[in-house]
Write a protein that binds this ligand. Structure first.
Ligand SMILES: Nc1ncnc2c1ncn2[C@@H]1O[C@H](COP(=O)(O)OP(=O)(O)OP(=O)(O)O)[C@@H](O)[C@H]1O
Length: 615
């Protein structure tokens, strides 16, 4: 656990050093209001009314008290008001105040939620547009914390911050004027003391920022860890490590609670100081009032009551500034964290918004890897594919085999444009650089089946037509029949409307893979990429699924990546890769199996296992 503390500390330092780069809360809110001026003015207007009415309450109170004391009958514009009339004025003010408070709450409530939703949408857009390498070094739980909790905090605080700022300002200015009008000497003392209090808070809060960063970093780390463990629940269940994990979670939260405690110790200290300052202020004002007017009881009574009522509004900025600063710092930190996602540059631009990029309608020629060199951007010093020239002719099937780590899957990732080549080009239809075309138009022509079938949360129908949502129910059923899934699906009470579990728990490995193949039948791609599509299946199921795949491959350009040589026997060309060397052997299965070299070694090594299947 010690490394966890170091990590949080290191992150805080890194954050404080790179602070200037992030888009913070103020900038975000400013940009939002620039596009929503009406909303901004409505909130400003309502806050002004609310605060004007709140601060003028002591003035009306003074009139009521003076009239009750029989001191005067005041003129209000043109009428002479007695104490009863002033009470009606007060009641009328409450009605207007209530109405403006209602609409103010409604507007800022909606503002908060709109901002939360805006940030969440932008972050999700950023995540979807990211290239695959973005996910290599990030925990899903950490990303979810930013998308879920951080945007929520910004939304919640936004409901309070703009109103609090306006209220603090209007309350301070308004009640200063009112109190000075009532008695300038006492007013000056009160305003001066509140000013000193607010200044002290501002100085203190500069120091609390570090703790806010630490708090968010720590909870993000904890959430990342928890999500990661839940995702590997099978490993925990299969290892019987439940008790160990329970203790681990507890330890993790002990660390978190230590950070929380340090934070709240500091926050409580400043809140207490604020509270004591407000209390002392009342005492100081009352004593000063007594000192100034103890000879005149009636005046002392009027001034003391109206001042006490006004002091509440004058001192409220102390609490409001505290809440503003806390909320602002929290939101600023959370906004910066969300913008880390939104502003992260993607290494691959799929030309989704580039209207001048070419659309590919058909794959009517081959695909060429021209002088392709590839190193993963995550590990740029390691060369995975040295200079590599290769042509995938239209309609032919190509297999890539080789020992683990030789770069087989890398070829499929380059064909899918998960990555761009470090050097060289991938040419579609033998002439268009994959980097320059609209990626979606190309991917619409590509089918991809990988080892881990991707089942989305939803019903069977929607899963099968995930890439082709316009296909009819009949076509979906036809595709399911082709992969021998129809009867199984119909045996379920809800048939094709059955919801598949979040990660497809209801299906066996072979059934999931069949469902993905049905998806491909429906998509009818012109280029098919099978990356270890059957390697997670046992021999018998593999044989069945392999038969479905061979049906699917018929007449299409196919790229098959496989460990089990039985699955590539019928491919037109087999290419053997060696780590860091690229293709070291090429030929048909029959040509290569007896020829001394890499393939024969692989073949001989797997012979015992392959024998029953290949024969
Ligand atoms: N995201 C990545 N970042 C850095 N290096 C990677 C990444 N993915 C793969 N590699 C490295 O690239 C090399 C080739 O990986 P690749 O997955 O293409 O091998 P493979 O032949 O498909 O292996 P296997 O048969 O085990 O699936 C390996 O050394 C691997 O460690």
């Amino acid at each position: 656990m010690a490394d966890f503390k170091q990590l949080a500390e290191a992150k805080v330092l890194e954050k404080l050093n790179s602070e200037k780069n992030g888009r913070g809360y103020r900038k975000m809110l400013g940009a939002y209001f620039k596009n929503h001026r009406l909303k901004m003015f409505t909130i400003l207007f309502l806050a002004m009314i609310t605060s004007a009415l709140a601060v003028s309450a002591p003035l009306v109170m003074r009139e009521i008290m003076s009239n009750l004391q029989g001191q005067s009958t005041s003129k209000f514009i043109i009428w002479n008001f007695g104490w009863k009339e002033w009470i009606y004025v007060q009641l009328g003010m409450y009605v207007v105040l209530g109405t403006s408070v209602y609409f103010l709450n409604l507007n800022v409530g909606m503002l908060g939620k709109n901002i939360e939703q805006y940030l969440r949408n932008e972050a999700l857009k950023g995540l979807i547009m990211q290239d695959i390498s973005y996910y290599s070094d990030k925990k899903i739980g950490e990303i979810l914390t930013k998308i879920g909790a951080d945007t929520w905090i910004v939304g919640e605080q936004t409901q309070n911050i703009p109103t609090l700022i306006l209220m603090a300002f209007f309350n301070f200015v308004g009640s200063s004027v009112v109190l000075m009008t009532i008695d300038w000497k006492l007013g000056l003392i009160a305003v001066g003391l509140v000013g000193i209090g607010v200044g002290a808070i501002l100085i203190f809060f500069g120091r609390i920022k570090r703790w806010i960063i630490k708090l968010r970093t720590t909870i993000t780390y904890v959430n990342g860890d928890v999500t990661d463990r839940i995702a590997t629940i099978r490993l925990i269940k299969a290892s019987g490590t439940e008790v160990y994990e329970k203790q681990r979670f507890r330890d993790l939260h002990v660390e978190f609670m230590q950070v929380v405690k340090s934070f709240f110790t500091r926050l409580s200290a400043v809140l207490t100081c604020g509270f004591l300052a407000v209390m002392s202020l009342q005492l100081i004002i009352l004593s000063s009032a007594y000192g100034l007017y103890h000879n005149n009881d009636a005046q002392l009574y009027v001034i003391a009551t109206s001042f006490l009522s006004g002091l509440g509004t004058l001192t409220s900025p102390i609490y409001q500034v505290l809440r503003i600063l806390f909320g602002y710092m929290m939101s600023d930190e959370c906004t910066k964290r969300v913008f880390q996602i939104i502003d992260a540059p993607s290494r691959v631009d799929g030309n989704y918004f580039n209207d001048s990029a070419k659309e590919i309608k058909k794959l009517d020629k081959g695909i060429i890897f021209k002088d392709v060199v590839f190193n993963y951007p995550e590990d740029p010093s390691k060369n995975v594919l040295p200079k590599f020239n290769f042509t995938f002719e239209k309609g032919k099937s190509y297999a890539f085999v080789g020992e683990t780590g030789s770069g087989k899957s890398t070829i499929s990732k380059l064909l899918l444009r998960f990555y761009d080549p470090t050097e060289g080009e991938v040419l579609i239809n033998e002439e268009d650089n994959l980097k320059d075309i609209k990626l979606k138009s190309y991917l619409d022509l590509v089918g991809y089946v990988e080892q881990e079938p991707q089942i989305i949360f939803g019903n069977v129908k929607d899963n099968i037509r995930y890439t082709t949502p316009w296909k009819t129910d009949e076509e979906v059923i036809e595709a399911a029949k082709k992969v021998n899934l129809h009867e199984l699906i119909m045996s379920w009470p809800l048939g094709y409307d059955t919801i598949l579990g979040e990660r497809g728990f209801m299906l066996s490995g072979g059934q999931k893979q069949r469902l993905v193949i049905a998806r491909m039948f429906l998509k009818n791609p012109q280029l098919l990429i099978l990356d270890e599509a059957t390697s997670a299946l046992d021999n018998i199921v593999e044989k069945e699924v392999q038969a479905e795949l061979e049906k699917l491959m018929e007449g299409r350009t196919s790229v098959v990546i496989a460990h089990r040589l039985s699955t590539i026997k019928n491919c037109d060309q087999i290419n053997v890769l060696a780590p860091g060397q690229g293709v070291v052997q090429t030929g048909s299965f029959e040509e290569l199996k007896d020829k001394p070299g890499h393939f024969k070694r692989l073949y001989d090594a797997g012979k015992m296992r392959e024998k029953e299947v290949v024969a």
